[in-house]
Design a binder for this molecule. Structure first.
Ligand code: HAM
Length: 421
């Protein structure tokens, strides 16, 4: 074997596809019920869209981007996430002039140069939604409910919801001052990464997975104590809507998320069945991003979920509904004359949307019946010299084994009626 897919970029083989289809169909259906419309943005953007949108100091931008110069010498980046692209598209197409609230969703591949492990890859797929144009806390709650409803509708039960508010930039400025004052004398107790974060992005120390960092943080100031009255009231209202929906959540004041654009509400949905990479969905409000990109101040909120992790969980559920659909009919032939008839029967049956297959591997009748089983065919039509001579086919019910002769003059309606019945 000479060629392998690049590390962290995975093939999704046909046997896994039913899981992907189930997720994609459910995403489309729930998004439509919630009145979100699909947007498709390019797979790459000019690097500054992410550098500015997501934040230079974030891990995503500083360490994980696939960035290269195109042939015109422009720095391009494969999208590591889609919120920045969606906001870029919102402004580029002056959508703000056409509608007051844009509710959009997307599905597609994203790229981050991370070390691959279970549930984490370098090309991964997200579904997500962005609502641009309103600061109503009911919209935060709508998106949180949507994220949870989607996972529950796919049969996941053991999922947890964690929320927090990181306030507006001025709340954060006050908080960060206090946090730095608290952490600086304890710098030597922090991990090497957090010692750097202390200078570049101290907020991220709060959600460092390292146990000693966690211990240090526990005695420190709590961001929700620094919220201004507007941010506090916004958070209270988000919580009261979630209560209204009977959605259980816990509040984790150390949940800050890894992207710089967030303001006020942040949240994650996770599954304890996933191991280290347990976040299924992450999102929050980003009221400053449109302005950062040169637009008028426009509040917005959104989320994205990882499809690979979701598929892993669905595979653990291992439900039969994720098996590929079986064939309606396998056409087994015994000689060349029968095969010639079978190919034209197949053409006619396909026009009726009846799924069929025939033998391209020169198998014996026995071998062909084996394939009919493997394809989970509902019926097999057998055509041999006897059938050709009598202008009929032998139709075998693959469940009961019962066989009947069906005239080629009315085989289409016979087969269709049986399949429909
Ligand atoms: P994020 O938390 O970076 O947020 O990613 C969202 C989800 O994508 C994660 O919870 C996880 O399920 C999945 N994910 C992220 N990285 C990987 C990876 N390397 N391999 C597999 N799955 C991964 C965002 O991307 C924000 N744009 C979400 C958002 C939208 N916030 C507001 N609007």
């Amino acid at each position: 074997m000479k060629y392998y897919a690049p590390k962290g970029l995975n093939d999704i083989l046909p046997e896994e596809i039913p899981y992907w289809h189930a997720v994609e169909q459910q995403v489309r259906s729930i998004m439509s019920v919630y009145n979100y419309r699909e947007i498709r943005t390019p797979i790459m953007e000019k690097t500054e869209v992410f550098a500015r949108g997501v934040g230079e100091e974030t891990d995503v931008v500083s360490k994980e981007m696939y960035t290269f110069d195109d042939k015109g010498g422009r720095s391009m980046t494969l999208r590591p996430e889609n919120t920045a692209s969606v906001v870029r598209a919102f402004l580029e197409h002056k959508v703000y002039g056409k509608e007051e609230l844009s509710k959009w969703y997307y599905l597609g591949p994203m790229f981050r140069y991370e070390s691959p492990q279970k549930g984490r890859s370098r090309q991964f797929h997200q579904y997500g939604a962005e609502a641009i144009g309103s600061d109503d806390p009911a919209l935060d709650a709508e998106l949180i409910a949507l994220s949870v409803d989607l996972l529950k509708s796919l049969g996941l039960e053991d999922i947890g919801l964690t929320i927090n508010s990181i306030g507006c930039p001025s709340d954060r400025e006050n908080y960060l001052e206090e946090l730095a004052e608290y952490l600086e004398p304890r710098e030597d107790k922090l991990c090497v990464d957090c010692q750097t974060r202390l200078k570049t992005n101290p907020l991220r120390i709060l959600d460092c997975k390292n146990e000693t960092c966690q211990k240090v943080v526990q005695g420190g100031p709590i961001i929700t104590d620094y919220l201004c009255s507007e941010c506090r009231s916004h958070f209270d209202r988000v919580k009261s809507y979630l209560d209204e929906f009977d959605l259980e959540y816990n509040i984790n004041p150390n949940l800050v998320r890894g992207l710089d654009y967030y303001t006020k509400t942040v949240y994650e949905v996770f599954s304890s069945d996933l191991g280290a990479q347990d976040a299924l969905v992450g999102g929050g409000r980003y009221d400053e991003l449109v302005e950062l990109f040169g637009g008028d101040p426009t509040p917005a909120v959104g989320f994205a979920g990882g499809i690979e992790r979701l598929v892993l969980l669905l595979q653990q559920l291992n439900e039969s509904k994720y098996s590929p659909e079986g064939l309606d009919l396998y056409l087994a032939t015994i000689d060349e004359q029968a095969k010639r008839i079978a190919v034209s029967l197949q053409r006619e049956l396909r026009e009726l949307n009846i799924t069929t297959e025939l033998d391209y591997l020169d198998k014996s009748l026995q071998g062909q019946l084996g394939y009919a089983d493997r394809y989970d065919a509902t019926y097999t039509a057998i055509l041999g010299p006897r059938e050709v001579e009598q202008n009929e086919l032998t139709l075998r019910d693959m469940v009961t084994g019962e066989q009947v002769n069906v005239s080629l003059d009315n085989y289409k309606s016979e087969i269709k009626d049986r399949l429909d019945g």
